[in-house]
Design a protein around this ligand. Structure first.
Ligand SMILES: *[C@@H]1O[C@H](CO)[C@@H](O)[C@H](O)[C@H]1NC(C)=O
Ligand SMILES: *[C@@H]1O[C@H](CO)[C@@H](O)[C@H](O)[C@H]1NC(C)=O
Ligand SMILES: *[C@@H]1O[C@H](CO)[C@@H](O)[C@H](O)[C@H]1NC(C)=O
Ligand SMILES: *[C@@H]1O[C@H](CO)[C@@H](O)[C@H](O)[C@H]1NC(C)=O
Ligand SMILES: *[C@@H]1O[C@H](CO)[C@@H](O)[C@H](O)[C@H]1NC(C)=O
Ligand SMILES: CC(=O)N[C@H]1CO[C@H](CO)[C@@H](O)[C@@H]1O
Length: 911
């Protein structure tokens, strides 16, 4: 069973536009700010020093801005932490962006991003316990060794964990039933208020109770809910103290200027661990929250952040702020058990678990039909039939539920379409291909084969059976066929800087935890939002046992003692790519009981243009007796990132993993160390043979160190067996996102009768200006849009998608928008500047690549600019647009490191 990954956060994120069409941009100020960035909003980082206090730099900055900004501005936040000095402001006039960057002491200007409450992958409120042998809540602890630590009474005593989320419903009996000193939720703050939408409507107060969203309550329960409840579930660190920082309003909206504040507050309040289940597919480590989170981690606190739920977008689509260099970014593994809805039958039998199989179906949710009993029919009375409903059927199945085996002789779509043609009401599949995604709504899957066999044998005997689909929330726990494997929704790394991302994995698929007491009190939910607090709880157990000075080592400890996660349940399957699994599934018992330390935990290979293959690894025997070690290499699956078109990333269901191991030479294959002794060996890793470097294969694996006292530790490596600088950055393919579009970039005329991209040259007036759209195949640190004289002798260095694509209708439905934003210091980019242009129109920094199913999909879809970046009107004339994007790791002063695209000719005429 697979679900379409949910979208975490919003789009477009880190980019900013320098200058926009003023009138249109002003219009945007009035829009609901749910479009990626706060219009006109920036976090400005300022430099401070011992002679210049933060407060003074704030005052200087504001008085300078007051002098320079023609329009008004609003001050949203002031940060004067030693970790981050700066101001968040909102400009009311786009032209003032230019002033911003030129003010002294400005270190960085980053647009304020809007975040939404992560849409978790499946959610279900639960109301009844099941009779399964391992309760769904405890099974996660069996997976990670936490059950054994709980049995020893280790549950995070004395450790403070800050939950930065939608608040916590601390009135929940399993979360302490109160707030303040002495309670489990001992402190925190509401930084947003109920109504915050990203505009200037923050209403902070000191009560962080979660009354409307539930996400933070679920997260807090995973960290530390008390045992002894009806479901016999417990948080990982139920003796820890929780601090709740509410950063999401009842609209489910928050913004990163607020998150930065929350992180700094949690740090100042003495949180030992900060956990953040928020993020946005982005790829870059340079967003405000990622930068601040990383600095906090560097200061010796543990920061856990979700990898993101964008696994269907393929490799290198990692969420920010989990991209932050020093944070622990957490992937998700499926719980061993899952909670299913259950149908009832008119014959004596326990409720039968089923899963809704449609594309949009939510695991665990009942099929949405009324509760009248419906007769059941089998297409074949042979439960092993492999060809049922492969041919058109000569029966009328109206008003019947049909049970059918997933065929081996034809595909499920054929079966479904034959059954639907025969008027089947509801289809029950069994033995189903887990990759199956039905296009029809009323298709369910029975995960337990014995249930199907029972129903068919009764029907074969002639017993009439009626089935009902109760619409209440009672259900049944069953083993998950994919239990223990990486959740398909879990985002892939590495980051665009080729940092080792994700760090580790923890249970995040089908997790039972606390919920709002006004909305059922308990829920099963899935996402890296769930695996992240699990890891925060694990860190609390480690800090309790090893002391708080261990904080800086928690990531390494969890990584080196993690358990390898296989790519499938097949015997002998290689480990899942570490780009999705991280170093492996955390094993907290091993983390606290190993008699050996190895370092470093991560080997960063970078890409082939910057390959670092040789690494020294130290093994230390921390036990009381002599130990001998064997050292070996265990490769993981290699991800082929790009489609053979060599432009765009492969997305679900085409993500390709192959067995193409890196070649690893170890200077030693064994060693013996006496108690307390340490020694070093060298691992030399080269890119695998037989994979096309142009497809950017992500290669990963571990050096495994097995000790004679039972320790199994690992050092994990990740790198790209190709050169990022050689990869085309501007997408020009027509097989991504809008298949029928004819490809981007393109000038797109608008009007009732318009349906395609502009071909050839064309004239417009100011009232009929077209749009311009593009999307990125790779992330880019720097994207520039300039105006060219139509006669300029400048040519694209990338193919024009219109040359290869048939002229077909476009599917654009988005309204015009152009995120206003960043003023950045003007370029010293000689390479890009070498082309003579009429002037800059817009620019973006740290743009993410397009994702597969993103809302908005990181398209830039904008009005044809009628003004330069500085607000000066573009005179009437004949023009082309010049779009340039710096390749990842490209040198801005080298022309060859920029992709250049020149648009069709556009005339702007008076009229
Ligand atoms: C409840 O969980 C504990 C472990 O935390 C386990 O030992 C016990 O058997 C469980 N009880 C039930 C009724 O499942
Ligand atoms: C990889 O190399 C690039 C280019 O030198 C550098 O910017 C980046 O930080 C390197 N990444 C790592 C993980 O070392
Ligand atoms: C749009 O097409 C319709 C039908 O072909 C035609 O009648 C109408 O005049 C066209 N409108 C414009 C603005 O060209
Ligand atoms: C656009 O307008 C210019 C100036 O009026 C004219 O020379 C040119 O032929 C027009 N181009 C098209 C494609 O109509
Ligand atoms: C604005 O930018 C354009 C294009 O670069 C330039 O020609 C013009 O002189 C600038 N105007 C001002 C007021 O700086
Ligand atoms: C272009 C775009 O996506 N605009 C959206 C911005 O957010 C508001 C509120 O959610 C939507 O209504 C707009 O469609």
């Amino acid at each position: 069973m697979r679900s379409l990954a949910a979208v975490v956060g919003t789009l477009l994120s880190a980019g900013g536009v320098l200058g926009a069409s003023t009138t249109r941009a002003r219009g945007l100020l009035d829009l609901h700010a749910n479009n990626g960035t706060v219009p006109g909003g920036f976090i400005v980082e300022l430099s401070s020093s011992s002679t210049k206090r933060a407060a003074d730099t704030h005052a200087d900055f504001l008085s300078e801005l007051d002098k320079r900004a023609a329009g008004k501005f609003t001050t949203r936040k002031k940060y004067d932490s030693p970790l981050f000095n700066g101001i968040a402001i909102r400009l009311h006039t786009p032209e003032d962006l230019i002033s911003l960057a030129s003010i002294p002491n400005v270190v960085a200007v980053r647009p304020i991003q809007i975040f939404q409450v992560p849409k978790t992958v499946d959610r279900r409120i639960v109301t009844s316990t099941s009779d399964a042998d391992i309760p769904v809540g405890q099974s996660v602890h069996y997976m990670t060794g936490v059950d054994k630590l709980h049995a020893q009474g280790i549950a995070g005593k004395g450790v403070k964990v800050a939950v930065v989320d939608s608040g916590v419903d601390y009135m929940h009996p399993s979360l302490g039933g109160g707030f303040g000193p002495g309670f489990k939720v001992a402190g925190g703050y509401d930084l947003v208020g109920d109504e915050y939408t990203g505009f200037d409507n923050l209403e902070p107060d000191d009560d962080p109770r979660d009354t409307c969203i539930g996400h933070g309550t679920h997260v807090a329960g995973i960290v530390g809910m008390d045992p002894g409840n009806a479901y016999n579930v417990s948080g990982v660190a139920y003796d820890a103290t929780i601090l709740a920082y509410r950063v999401l309003s009842c609209w489910g909206l928050g913004s990163d200027d607020v998150y930065v504040d929350a992180l700094l507050r949690a740090h100042a309040d003495g949180a030992d661990i900060i956990t953040v289940s928020l993020g946005d597919g982005n790829g870059w480590a340079s967003t405000s929250v990622a930068v601040v989170a990383s600095r906090i981690a560097e200061q010796g606190r543990v920061v856990t952040i979700s990898a993101g739920n964008d696994g269907t977008s393929g490799s290198m689509f990692f969420a920010s702020p989990a991209t932050g260099e020093n944070v622990i970014s957490v992937a998700s593994v499926q719980n061993l058990r899952q909670h299913n809805a259950a149908l009832r039958t008119s014959v004596e039998h326990a409720p039968i678990p089923y899963a809704v199989a449609s594309f949009a179906g939510h695991q665990g949710m009942p099929l949405s039909v009324d509760e009248t009993p419906i007769p059941l029919t089998a297409i074949s009375t042979d439960p092993d039939a492999g060809d049922s409903a492969c041919e058109p059927l000569n029966v009328d199945l109206q008003q019947q539920v049909v049970i059918v085996r997933s065929a081996t002789k034809c595909d499920s779509d054929t079966q479904v379409s034959n059954l639907v043609d025969a008027n089947a009401n509801i289809i029950l599949f069994y033995d189903q291909d887990p990759a199956y995604r039905a296009a029809y709504g009323l298709v369910v899957q029975l995960p337990v084969r014995a249930d199907a066999d029972f129903l068919i044998s009764e029907l074969a005997k002639g017993t009439p059976i009626r089935v009902t689909f109760p619409q209440d929330n009672s259900g049944v726990d069953v083993p998950d066929d994919n239990g223990g494997l990486v959740s398909p929704f879990s985002s892939y790394g590495p980051s665009n800087e080729v940092l080792f991302k994700p760090s580790v994995a923890a249970p995040g698929g089908n997790i039972l935890s606390t919920w709002l007491i006004d909305d059922g009190s308990w829920a099963v939910d899935s996402g890296t939002s769930m695996s992240t607090p699990y890891t925060a709880g694990a860190a609390a157990l480690i800090l309790q046992m090893k002391g708080k000075n261990a904080a800086k080592n928690v990531r390494s400890i969890l990584q080196t003692t993690a358990d390898s996660i296989p790519a499938s349940k097949d015997k002998g399957a290689l480990p899942q790519t570490l780009a999705q699994a991280g170093a492996g599934l955390i094993n907290v018992f091993n983390a606290l009981n190993a008699h050996t330390e190895v370092s470093p935990a991560e080997l960063l290979l970078n890409d082939t243009a910057h390959w670092k293959g040789s690494h020294k690894i130290t093994i230390k025997n921390t036990g009381k007796a002599k130990q001998s070690y064997t050292i070996s290499h265990v490769p993981a699956m290699t991800v082929i990132s790009l489609a053979s078109s060599k432009i765009n990333f492969l997305a679900d269901p085409d993500i390709k993993q192959v067995s193409a191991p890196a070649r690893v030479k170890l200077s030693q294959s064994s060693m013996t160390l006496s108690a307390g002794q340490s020694a070093m060996f060298t691992a030399t890793i080269s890119a695998p043979a037989g994979v096309d470097p142009k497809l950017l294969p992500v290669v990963s694996g571990s050096i495994v160190i097995d000790g004679s006292q039972g320790d199994a530790l690992r050092v994990s490596y990740m790198g790209i067996a190709g050169s990022l600088r050689d990869a085309q950055t501007i997408s020009t393919s027509n097989d991504m996102l809008v298949p029928e579009s004819g490809g981007l970039p393109a000038v797109i005329p608008v009007g009732r009768n318009e349906s395609g991209a502009q071909r050839g040259s064309r004239n417009y007036t100011l009232t009929t200006l077209p749009r311009f759209a593009f999307t990125m195949a790779q992330g880019s640190r720097h994207v520039k849009l300039d105006l060219l004289d139509a006669a300029a002798d400048v040519h694209s260095t990338i193919p024009d998608p219109l040359d290869s694509a048939p002229q077909t209708k476009r599917g654009f439905t988005w309204s015009s928008w152009l995120p206003e934003s960043a003023s950045h210091k003007s370029l010293n980019a000689a390479g890009a500047a070498a082309i003579a242009t009429l002037g800059p129109l817009a620019e973006w920094r740290d743009l993410p690549r397009g994702g597969a199913f993103q809302r908005g999909s990181n398209f830039i879809y904008m009005e044809f600019p009628s003004q330069f970046a500085n607000g000066t009107k573009v005179p009437f004339g004949q023009y082309k647009l010049l779009l340039r994007a710096l390749r990842i790791t490209g040198n801005p002063s080298k022309a060859a490191d920029w992709d250049v695209y020149v648009s069709q000719q556009v005339g702007i005429l008076d009229g």
